[in-house]
Design a protein around this ligand. Structure first.
Ligand code: HEC
Length: 444
């Protein structure tokens, strides 16, 4: 504790657990110049720099050092970087994974425990370049989108209640194509008040009636975008419209004529990405308990579940839990009726409604679910005063649209397979596992 007092961060002091003997630095003490600056650049600066959403800037030693004890706490608790996905259960191979390695966390802890030394400034890395707010974050990897669709204009007031804006707009898509990636981009000005923005395709049936075709994108604050895996086709239909459901939550800044934009990147047709030759993928909302059949008592806790099964094999490509302020955790399991076994495939046990991510499984690691198996989604709610995000533990809380109501659903991207495709994918995995076992000298 002595070192913490020396650097004078009084408010955080009481919060920093004094772990006796935790993470003893092996050999040399880490320094800001050599190790910590690089870890902060790679994991924190995208948000913690001037003009970004992080409340303080971490671009120099002078900026970082006063926060060292709180940084230690936040990385050790895995609250920062904000990516709520358990690291010790379920599938761990994820795309766009923001979680820090245990090694980097230990380095930060050891550095703070050693008094946060600067070290030799000649070892500092050059400054890092970052994407600009209001620009495509997938752009660095994929270039500009092939097609963009904008919501119609809406005036966001500085203050007020939740509001919804649900326009329909023409997509301008003239030829059906397979989507490779999609990103929803709130405007830079309304970046803080665009709580979520969902969009779905609407197409005309044979009788000329407009009906929902499928989900285009689901955005919630903090989310990056979504990649559709190789071999799967999420169709962007020709002559379609997009129906928007945008939830604004005024944050003090009035924005006139705001528009939310969706960017679509297409798969190359040369690579056989045509609907008939790939498996259809869709992104859907899977509700728990019918989406609304629960009521959380004042000062009480509740668990709710939802069950989903398919009559054909599927591959789960991504999972995005969605809860509000009383929600504290969600998990996704698969129940195999033939063996009676139950397997956890994903879990987020430190849910934070301020952050929403689509956890996208790495290629080759997406859960394969046989026909008839049941996907079990479980949510946990804590309406007691012990939940730091609970605005009012005296309220009964049910499902609803307002931020202070609860929600309990997950967005899941599912690729619908046939037996042939399922068997092939299963065989590829078994082969890979055998190779891994062989490479480790036959020891698992
Ligand atoms: C995706 C953006 C993002 C990233 C990446 C990120 N932060 Fe944050 N951070 C925020 C925002 C927004 C807040 C304020 C709201 C909150 O606490 O959730 C915050 C708050 C904090 C706080 C203050 C918490 C408090 O209680 O006052 C600390 C300390 C912090 N971050 C450290 C870090 C560190 C260290 C990293 C990297 C290892 C990091 N953050 C990565 C966005 C980010």
């Amino acid at each position: 504790m002595k070192k913490i007092i020396e650097i004078g961060l009084f408010s955080a002091m009481a919060m920093v657990p004094a772990f006796a003997g935790a993470a003893e630095p092996a050999g040399e003490v880490p320094t800001y110049s050599r190790e910590v600056s690089r870890i902060i650049q790679d994991n924190c600066q995208i948000c913690h720099q001037p003009g970004q959403i992080g409340p303080m800037s971490f671009t120099s030693y002078e900026e970082v050092r006063p926060w060292a004890p709180l940084i230690r706490l936040k990385v050790q608790e895995r609250e920062m970087p904000p990516y709520q996905y358990d690291h010790d259960i379920g599938v761990q191979e994820l795309k766009g994974d923001w979680r820090m390695s245990a090694e980097d966390i230990n380095t930060i802890v050891a550095w703070v425990d050693a008094g946060s030394p600067l070290g030799n400034t000649e070892e500092l890395p050059p400054p890092k370049q970052f994407p600009v707010v209001g620009e495509w974050r997938l752009g660095a990897e994929l270039g500009p989108p092939d097609h963009i669709i904008q919501s119609s204009k809406w005036d966001v007031p500085a203050n007020g209640q939740d509001m919804w804006w649900e326009p329909e707009v023409d997509t301008g898509i003239t030829e059906s194509r397979c989507i490779k990636a999609v990103e929803t981009l709130p405007s830079a000005a309304a970046h803080g008040s665009t709580h979520h923005a969902n969009s779905h395709f609407i197409t005309q049936n044979e009788d000329g009636e407009w009906e929902t075709f499928g989900r285009l994108s689901e955005y919630a604050y903090g989310k990056l975008g979504e990649l559709v895996p190789e071999g799967a086709c999420r169709t962007a239909p020709a002559n379609s419209k997009v129906g928007w459901s945008i939830h604004y939550y005024p944050d003090g800044n009035a924005v006139a004529d705001d528009q939310v934009t969706v960017g679509i990147w297409y798969h190359d047709e040369e690579d056989n990405f045509v609907e008939e030759e790939s498996y259809p993928q869709d992104l859907r909302l899977y509700a728990l308990d019918g989406g609304g059949d629960y009521l959380i008592p004042p000062h009480g806790k509740l668990m709710t579940q939802g069950f989903h099964a398919f009559d054909h094999p599927v591959r789960i490509d991504s999972w995005q839990p969605h809860l509000h302020l009383r929600g504290v955790a969600m998990s996704m399991e698969v129940f195999y009726p033939e063996t009676g076994q139950r397997e956890t495939i994903s879990q987020a046990s430190n849910w934070n409604a301020g952050w929403n991510h689509s956890h996208t499984y790495d290629d080759g690691f997406q859960p394969l679910v046989p026909a008839g198996a049941t996907i079990i989604l479980t949510s946990w709610f804590d309406n007691t005063a012990a939940n730091p995000r609970n605005p009012d533990p005296d309220q009964w809380v049910g499902a609803g649209q307002r931020t202070t109501d609860e929600m309990s659903h997950a967005w899941i991207a599912v690729t619908h397979l046939d037996d042939e495709g399922y068997d092939k994918m299963l065989a590829e995995r078994e082969e890979r596992e055998q190779r891994t076992v062989a490479a480790s000298g036959g020891v698992r």
